[in-house]
Design a protein around this ligand. Structure first.
Ligand SMILES: Cc1cc2nc3c(=O)[nH]c(=O)nc-3n(C[C@H](O)[C@H](O)[C@H](O)COP(=O)(O)OP(=O)(O)OC[C@H]3O[C@@H](n4cnc5c(N)ncnc54)[C@H](O)[C@@H]3O)c2cc1C
Length: 482
């Protein structure tokens, strides 16, 4: 009998916390599908033969196969299919920009909404976290079917040890892929917590930290060791890791966490901070639960956030939850705003104001050295620039002041030069990223690989994961060439 697909044009809605309620708490916004809703949505996948969604996914999840299993109610098997390709599915289901990747090319998206692939990935991953034994058995069975005959290689690879620097999604993926193949893996992380931006940047209300810890635990269970508070480039150099500690290969996944500043007058006033500082205090150090946790955070009554990316949305929504009335200042229009559509929508729902086509020129301070206003100018859009977006051009004489007692700068970040400066022969570009071969992650130094934001500049979780996966393969090929 032919399968009867669900031809409803819209995605099955997902339950969310009410905007008014959630704007003053740090609990997760989206609440996830029930089993019935998940099956209903999975049935919207029509199993089209070209499977554009698979090539739209940087880690190559066999999406139609997992949809088919889920549509038939086989949640464990659906999970196993996803997890075999994606080390961090509960995370990706929540934060991946699916609209520009798998869902962006979904055949159903030509007439109506694409299939809610992200929501379904989240559903099966959350199910697995709640049913660990059943999930592990399903994954083991699936892996055995698909990776038969690889035991010999695993035995050979177990004689090698590899050091991974940084513990963000690039390294976590690389670690999982290497450990799965039998390699001994040690991850060196500068902070006291594992996860990179997943723990210090993306807020709790989008990505609960206990969930990150649970997906990391699954990687630890594969035998991966984590050495925390270890700043490579200061504590050890890459050369020392290779020559003195005997690592056979190195993967650099140190991200792009060095914040950029506006460079305007008044930026050193009290009450001005970069988004990194606000988010790290709140997410990593749990300042929103001060004094139960020891790190405080400054929260103003009127906050301006400068920027239009995901980081700006996260900073604005965090400041709102700390009690501020928040305005985003962005120099282009809503159309050019790089943040995910969903994040902009959620920010609007939560009452964040948007002052678009506006650029800051000076922060104004009071006698005590605190910020009390941000002088801005109005902008208009001119010809497209090198990014393809229309260049914002200042409208002369349009200066005006926005009153504020808090300013958060969220205009981007760069790679930290520490490792480049302390590693002789490692080629980096003028702007900072490490030069790599995209297919293998190989750098200019034999046995040293890199990937994620440190090679691309600030990008996305799934691109970092794709790079970590490709580098794991590059590292295995390098180790086996002896
Ligand atoms: C606030 C915010 C929100 C975001 N939201 C999204 C989103 O919704 N969706 C999305 O796809 N992407 C999002 N991104 C981007 C995404 O998080 C990054 O692209 C991704 O985390 C990059 O992964 P990575 O592994 O390359 O580096 P990172 O996640 O940056 O991890 C690098 C790790 O290396 C460590 N490290 C750095 N230097 C050293 C050293 N010398 N020695 C040892 N350790 C070191 C750092 O402490 C860090 O833990 C967001 C980014 C931010 C900042």
């Amino acid at each position: 009998m032919a399968t009867k697909y669900n031809m409803q044009a819209e995605k099955t809605p997902i339950a969310e916390q009410d905007p008014v309620v959630r704007a003053s708490n740090f609990d997760e916004v989206a609440l996830g599908y029930t089993l019935e809703e998940a099956i209903n949505e999975a049935n919207r996948c029509i199993q089209c033969p070209k499977k554009p969604c698979v090539s739209g996914c940087p880690v190559g999840v066999p999406i139609p196969e997992f949809m088919k299993e889920l549509a038939e109610g086989n949640v464990a098997r659906a999970y196993a299919i996803v997890r075999a390709a994606n080390t961090l599915p509960a995370i990706c289901g929540r934060v991946c920009p699916q609209e520009t990747q798998c869902e962006g090319v979904c055949t159903r998206g030509r007439k109506g909404d694409p299939v809610g692939i992200g929501r379904l990935e989240r559903f099966v991953a959350d199910w697995a976290l709640d049913n660990p034994e059943e999930a592990a058995a399903a994954l083991a069975a699936y892996t055995q079917e698909t990776e038969e005959g690889q035991e010999y290689t695993a035995q050979k690879l177990s004689q090698y040890k590899v050091a991974l620097i940084g513990s963000g999604p690039a390294s976590l993926t690389c670690a999982g892929e290497l450990a799965k193949r039998g390699v001994k893996v040690t991850v060196f992380e500068a902070l006291h917590a594992v996860g990179g931006v997943l723990v210090y940047g993306i807020p709790e209300f989008r990505l609960p930290k206990d969930l990150v810890a649970r997906e990391v635990a699954a990687i630890t269970d594969l035998g991966v060791t984590f050495e925390m508070d270890a700043v490579v480039g200061k504590l050890y150099t890459i050369e020392e890791l290779r020559e003195e500690q005997g690592f056979d290969a190195i993967f650099i996944g140190t991200g792009a966490g060095l914040p950029m500043y506006l460079g305007i007058e008044g930026e050193a006033l009290n009450g001005v901070m970069v988004a990194n500082e606000l988010l790290t205090r709140v997410n990593l150090m749990k300042a929103f639960r001060f004094p139960e946790y020891h790190t405080p955070v400054y929260a103003g009554k009127k906050c301006v956030v400068v920027g239009g990316g995901n980081v700006a949305m996260d900073a604005a929504r965090t400041a709102k939850r700390l009690g501020a009335d928040v305005t985003i200042v962005y120099r282009r229009s809503m159309t050019e705003m790089p943040a995910r559509e969903e994040e902009i929508h959620h920010a609007e729902e939560e009452g964040i104001h948007f002052n678009i086509l506006t650029n800051p020129v000076r922060a104004l301070g009071n006698d005590e050295g605190w910020i009390e206003g941000l002088e801005c100018v109005r902008m208009e859009l001119g010809e497209p620039d090198e990014s393809g977006r229309r260049r914002p051009v200042e409208i002369e004489g349009s200066n005006f002041v926005i009153d504020c007692d808090m300013l958060v700068v969220a205009i981007g970040s760069r790679t930290n030069p520490l490792i480049g400066n302390t590693t002789e022969g490692l080629e980096v570009t003028k702007r900072g990223p490490i030069v790599v071969d995209e297919a293998t992650g190989a750098t200019s130094l034999p046995g040293v690989f890199a990937g994620g934001d440190v090679a691309t500049g600030a990008a996305t979780v799934i691109l970092a994961m794709g790079a970590g996966k490709a580098a794991a393969k590059g590292i295995v090929d390098y180790l086996l060439q002896d």
